[in-house]
Write a protein that binds this ligand. Structure first.
Ligand code: COA
Ligand code: AMP
Length: 623
């Protein structure tokens, strides 16, 4: 039996022994006596009596252990021309002082802090400062607009909001103040303060509850790490569900630190001295886990990159970053590689850079299509590792775990279940289907450490959304199959969540915005294939009798409310939507036709004539 199989089987046979051993890699203030609390199953808690501080493990521990002068974070921002490196000591000191500033603004242990920031070091500092004083951060991606921000503010009820004054996209500066102000006028919750990181590209006009980052730091004493329970929340990260109300994924302190340390060794084969670059955004789970926490918990150097993969300003931006900082492990989304490939199909830009430090490329966030997998492998000459996971799990569910064994990878497959995850493919009755057959992908309970223990303030919604469809299992929302050799293939969501350029979005949220327009009677938003972004949303709208609306205004409404990242560019006004006899709108059917598959099940459609009318329109959308 190979090392991977051995580790995997041990994790299934003796999960408590397995995770007790892994927990030894973390510094505890009080070592956990118990490993798993299953007294409230199907809700589980890892390391219930352990006490630690995540910021200590990410920073102070390394300074105390002799890594103080090693680079902890490199901020590379081609869009502003800034390049700055922070040693572990410098980052620890900046975090400690900002932690003191948060305290001065009234933030206490357990309070929530919403962070709405660009890809700047201050975002990382704010996250770790929260961890230091036991506050709970909730980072909101800068591409989200007022409505999404308001929903998160109302659910998390932050004591304080920390924001950048603007973000910078290649073609424009994005002022955050209008979005923040609009969100607060929509929300019912009121934070007591906003701490604003002023950026010269577009300063914020400070109001009565605002304090600038610099002023917040003056006359401030650094704060020490406080002791928190392993089961206390470290952060909340909202993610799209099928409805317009985002789900507040809770991450605990203890299980998270243990799981991320384990993942760096077992999956990414990375340790102290590695330069780890996750080209994502701190607003997404990949950014939380693999820009901020995992590299720092491990004593590696992390790269925080503010820019796009191509054209900001140099077309070979990705390869420049790898060469300049000696990146050893890179992680991004397939869509980013597709963007690079589209710009430079012959990879001529690679020639100008020495990429000899690069050992592996990890890709996740959406399905890795075989063409992108093969192109990246051939051009870079390093293993390309597809890994499948989600905001809820916080770390890879399936991958080729390079730190355990160098198993061959296959195009289109994120390889095998990672130790700790009992991955099953089941039919509607919850029975395992044979290899080669498609089904729903579920995870046997308990989920390993690091995964969500619940949704913020809503155990019932957690149970209803994830744990009820197949009792004893967690519903991933993805469908797929195993092949005869045990390789997993994840083919796509089985719900109304779509994945646009590696960004997880809710079609339901876009529909709610469209339905709020006074002229709209009903609407449907569904994802259609896109060669660069994997999927893009497409909207169909039926207007109320006698009402008029311009599709461009509807597009603008979604952009304003959900954010530019929704990338909904095309809405058509139609006479009717295909529905089942019970009135359910057939999004899957419309998506299938738009993607070139004619898959209606006419017997379930109330009025096939509606579908016939839509067919040319949907087909005409194909590029
Ligand atoms: N703040 C403000 N606006 C943002 C934003 C942010 N943080 N991120 C994206 N947007 C805007 C973009 O400017 C764009 O606006 P536009 O409609 O005016 O052009 C819109 O949201 C859509 O963005 P996106 O879908 O990202 O398209 P793009 O053309 O700007 O870039 C890629 C395409 C593929 C280059 C880019 O999506 C990418 O690098 N993706 C990597 C994905 C990733 O990191 N995923 C995380 C999981 S690993
Ligand atoms: P997010 O929560 O934003 O990380 O999005 C998670 C979703 O992205 C998953 O449920 C999948 O649908 C999709 N996804 C992520 N990684 C992969 C992958 N490697 N292969 C296929 N789908 C993926």
């Amino acid at each position: 039996m190979g090392d991977y199989r051995q580790a995997y089987e041990r994790s299934m046979r003796d999960p408590e022994g397995f995770w007790r051993e892994a927990a030894a890699a973390v510094d505890w203030i009080r070592k956990p006596g118990r490993v798993l609390d299953d007294s409230a199953a199907p809700l589980y808690r890892w390391f219930p009596d352990g006490v630690l501080n995540t910021c200590h493990n990410a920073l102070d521990r390394h300074v105390d252990g002799g890594l103080g002068e090693q680079a902890a974070l490199i901020h590379d921002s081609p869009v502003t021309g800034v390049l700055r490196s922070y040693t572990y000591r410098e980052l620890r000191d900046e975090v400690a002082i900002f932690a003191g500033a948060l305290r001065n603004q009234g933030v206490r242990r357990g309070d929530r802090v919403v962070i709405y920031m660009a890809m700047v070091p201050e975002a990382v500092v704010a996250m770790l400062a929260c961890a230091r004083i036991g506050a709970v951060h909730s980072v909101v991606f800068g591409g989200f607009g007022a409505r999404e921000l308001a929903a998160r503010i109302d659910d998390a009820k932050p004591a304080v909001i920390v924001a950048s004054s603007c973000g910078i996209e290649p073609t424009r500066v994005v002022p955050y103040q209008p979005m923040l102000d609009a969100a607060l006028s929509l929300a019912t919750h009121r934070p007591s303060k906003r701490i604003i990181q002023q950026r010269p590209q577009h300063p914020f006009d400070l109001g009565p509850i605002d304090v600038s980052w610099d002023d917040a730091l003056s006359n401030t004493e650094p704060a020490d790490c406080v002791a928190v329970n392993a089961t206390d929340p470290l952060y909340l990260l909202y993610t799209s569900g099928t409805t317009g109300k985002p789900k507040g994924v809770v991450r605990d302190n203890g299980g998270h630190a243990v799981a991320l340390r384990y993942s760096m060794e077992a999956v990414f084969a990375a340790g102290p001295g590695d330069v780890f670059w996750a080209a994502s955004d701190v607003g997404w789970v990949v950014g939380h886990s693999y820009i901020v926490y995992a590299p720092l918990l491990t004593g590696a150097t992390t790269v925080l990159y503010e820019g796009k993969p191509v054209g900001t300003p140099d077309a070979g931006a990705f390869w420049r970053v790898v060469a300049q900082h000696g990146v050893t492990v890179m992680f991004t989304a397939p869509t980013a590689i597709r963007a690079v490939k589209r710009e430079d199909p012959e990879s001529k830009l690679l020639d100008g850079y020495d990429l000899s430090t690069l050992k592996r490329l990890f890709l996740a966030g959406e399905r890795l299509d075989p063409e992108t997998y093969s192109w990246a492998g051939a051009k870079l000459g390093v293993p390309v590792i597809d890994n499948w996971w989600q905001t809820e799990t916080g770390w890879p569910i399936a991958a080729s775990p390079r730190g355990l064994e160098e198993l061959p990878t296959r195009a289109g497959s994120p390889s095998f279940p990672v130790p700790g995850f009992r991955v099953r493919v089941v039919d509607g009755a919850g029975d395992d289907v044979p290899p080669g057959d498609d089904g729903a992908i579920v995870l046997g309970l308990p989920l390993p450490p690091g995964c969500l223990p619940t949704l913020w303030g809503d155990d019932d919604r957690y149970v209803a959304s994830y744990l009820s469809a197949f009792p004893g299992n967690y519903l991933t929302g993805d469908g797929g199959r195993f092949d005869a050799d045990g390789y997993l293939y994840v083919m796509g969501r089985t719900d109304d969540v779509i994945n646009v350029a590696g960004h997880r979005l809710s079609t339901g949220a876009m529909e709610e915005v469209l339905a709020s327009h006074p002229a709209v009677a009903e609407c449907a938003v569904f994802g259609v294939h896109d060669p660069l972004k994997g999927q893009v949303p497409r909207g169909l709208v039926v207007l109320k009798a006698g009402a008029g609306a311009d599709p461009a205004d509807l597009v603008a409404l979604v952009r304003e409310q959900i954010g530019a990242v929704a990338a909904l560019r095309r809405i058509d006004i139609v006479a009717g939507l295909p529905k089942t006899r019970s009135g359910k709108i057939l999004r899957g059917t419309m998506r299938g036709i738009a993607d070139g598959r004619d898959e209606p099940a006419p017997s379930t459609i109330e009025d096939p004539a509606v579908l016939d009318a839509l067919r040319p329109l949907l087909r005409g959308n194909r590029e």
